[in-house]
Each structure stands twice: as structure tokens, then as C-alpha cells.
Design a protein around this ligand. Structure first.
Ligand code: R5P
Length: 291
């Protein structure tokens, strides 16, 4: 067995290989001036390969994964697992307007057609509950970062109030709250456009509380920033953010700091300076033989 990483996710791939006690090789990727990619794999590959790459900024990566898998099969690889700690295109799970492509199904089927197994962490599944409904691979595993998140919070804060900014976040905030025996609540969100959201906080006494905003994804950061401003204005002593996937598309960190957020903590599903929680052990456990 071998872990095959890519240059943009080399360190987590090496850590995963070390945890599994298997070799790690990094594929060579060249981007031509016209935007096309060339992918070169090691000349010798074992029968079983784990491809490790997180799928933020996904468009080029999806093409490169296809090139990688087709070439690996040419070289005799029989079993390919994708470890994508962040799984892209899961939010567009239905056609909100006629004619909209349902990216979750299309990309899910694309990946299932390439890989024998797909493993990810906290995928954005909202209207469905099982990853295989979105990614119909022979094995589709959605790992849950809640125990790690809860352990991290317990080591940092005493009796925080956990708050999800919208109904979709309830699944994550509820699980983390259960693991760390904390109070939790969920706000209501209305999305106007990519950079505008309205948040209605649940009617609670925020005075003097330490509030942790919990969500799976921070992209522009506006969801968390709008919630953070209101929580601060309601008298909270401190607001922190805990997120699985630090997509951070643009000046997200500044947006959150300007809104009064003290700490931003993320998992290393996407490499970012806010990473505070390492997923290697969780991923390695899921890859143990017999799992
Ligand atoms: C959607 O429901 C997700 O859970 C996040 O709340 C959303 O992607 C955050 O986006 P942004 O940071 O751009 O507000």
C-alpha cells in the first residue's frame, strides 16, 4: 500500500502515511500556461493506493484526480481510495432554480466512478443523511470530527455556549455539545447572496457568556461574522469560531476579526494558519484493515 499525495496537500499526506506505516509519494503536477495540467505518478505503484488530497479550490484538482486515477489503473493499481478531508460541491444538493445543475450528485458520481472508496470528514450533507447517497462508491465513509472538536474545546474553555449560525449547522453543533456537555443553540439564517446573510439569534441571555460559533465551513466568513457581531452586541464576554473546513475565500480572517471574533480554530482538512485540530489519527483509524 502507498499514500499518494499532491504538492498542495503534501504534509498531511506524509503524516497519514507515517500513521499507517506505509510509504508516501507526492505526484508531480505541472500547470501549462493555458491552464491545462500534467500529472506524473511514480513509475512503480503497488496494487492498493490511497490518494490523499483535500478538494478546496476544486476545479483543477478534479481534472488532476481523473488523470491520476486513469494513469494509476494503466499502471496496474487495482484498488484506489480517495481521502479528501474536505469534499467539494456538496452544498448544491438540489436545483433551487429550474436548470441548475445539482453539483452534489454530479461530482459525487464522478468521484464514485473513479475511486473504489471515498473517505471524508464532516461533508455538507443537509437533505440526505448518508454519504453514499451523494457519492455512490463501493465504500463511502463520512467521518465525524465532533469528538476531536469537543476534546479541543474542553482543553480551552470552561462552560462555553455553542451556537450554530443556521439550521444546517445543527448536526455539528449538537454532536460537539453532547461530547463536551455544553449548552447549545441554533440561529436562523437567510442568505441573500454570496456576501450577504441575515441572522436571527435565538432568544437567550448572552450577557457575560463565552460563545463558540460552530460551523462546518467558513467560506467568505460573512455567516459567522454577522452572527458574531450580534452576539457581541447582546453582551457576550467573548466570541470564538470553531470550524471544520477553513475555506477562507478572500479576506475571511479579517472579516471575522473585525466582527469581534477572538479566536478562530479549524481542523487541518484544509491547510491554514487557523488549524488547531489534526485529523490524521481519525483518518488513519478509518483506513485500518478490517474497518
Ligand atoms: C452553509 O450552510 C455552510 O454550512 C456555511 O454556513 C456556509 O458555507 C458559510 O459561507 P460563508 O462563510 O460564505 O458565509
Amino acid at each position: 500500500m502507498l499514500v499518494l499525495g499532491f504538492p498542495d496537500y503534501a504534509q498531511p499526506s506524509e503524516k497519514l502515511a507515517a500513521a499507517l506505516d506505509v510509504p508516501c509519494r507526492i505526484a508531480d503536477v505541472h500547470r501549462f500556461p493555458d491552464g491545462e495540467s500534467k500529472v506524473r505518478l511514480p513509475a512503480a505503484l503497488p496494487a492498493q493506493v490511497i490518494v490523499c488530497r483535500s478538494l478546496n479550490q476544486p476545479n483543477d484538482k478534479l481534472i488532476e484526480l481523473m488523470l491520476c486515477v486513469k494513469q494509476a489503473r494503466e499502471q496496474g493499481v487495482r484498488h484506489l481510495t480517495l481521502v479528501a478531508p474536505y469534499l467539494c460541491y456538496m452544498r448544491q444538493d438540489c436545483a433551487f432554480e429550474p436548470g441548475e445543475a445539482v453539483s452534489q450528485h454530479i461530482i459525487g458520481n464522478f468521484l464514485a466512478g473513479l475511486f473504489d472508496a471515498v473517505i471524508t470528514v464532516d461533508p455538507h450533507l443537509h437533505r440526505i443523511s448518508h454519504l453514499e447517497e451523494a457519492v455512490p462508491a463501493a465504500r463511502a465513509i463520512a467521518l465525524n470530527s465532533a469528538p476531536l472538536m469537543a476534546g479541543f474545546l474542553r482543553s480551552r474553555l470552561d462552560k462555553p455556549l455553542l451556537l450554530g449560525p443556521d439550521s444546517e449547522s445543527e448536526q455539528w453543533v449538537r454532536r460537539i455539545a453532547e461530547y463536551c456537555h455544553a449548552d447549545y443553540a441554533v440561529a436562523r439564517k437567510e442568505r441573500i447572496d454570496d456576501h450577504t446573510v441575515n441572522i436571527t439569534l435565538p432568544a437567550l441571555d448572552y450577557q457575560g457568556r463565552t460563545v463558540v460559533l460552530v460551523d462546518d465551513i467558513a467560506s467568505t466568513g460573512y455567516t459567522l461574522a454577522v452572527a458574531a457581531r450580534q452576539i457581541k452586541a447582546s453582551g457576550a464576554a467573548a466570541v470564538h469560531c470553531l470550524i471544520t473546513h477553513a475555506i477562507f475565500a478572500g479576506d475571511t480572517e479579517e472579516t471575522l476579526v473585525r466582527a469581534g471574533v477572538e479566536n478562530i480554530w479549524s481542523t487541518d482538512s484544509i491547510i491554514h494558519p487557523t488549524n488547531a485540530i489534526c485529523l490524521t489519527g481519525l483518518l488513519a483509524d478509518a483506513l485500518q484493515p478490517g474497518k
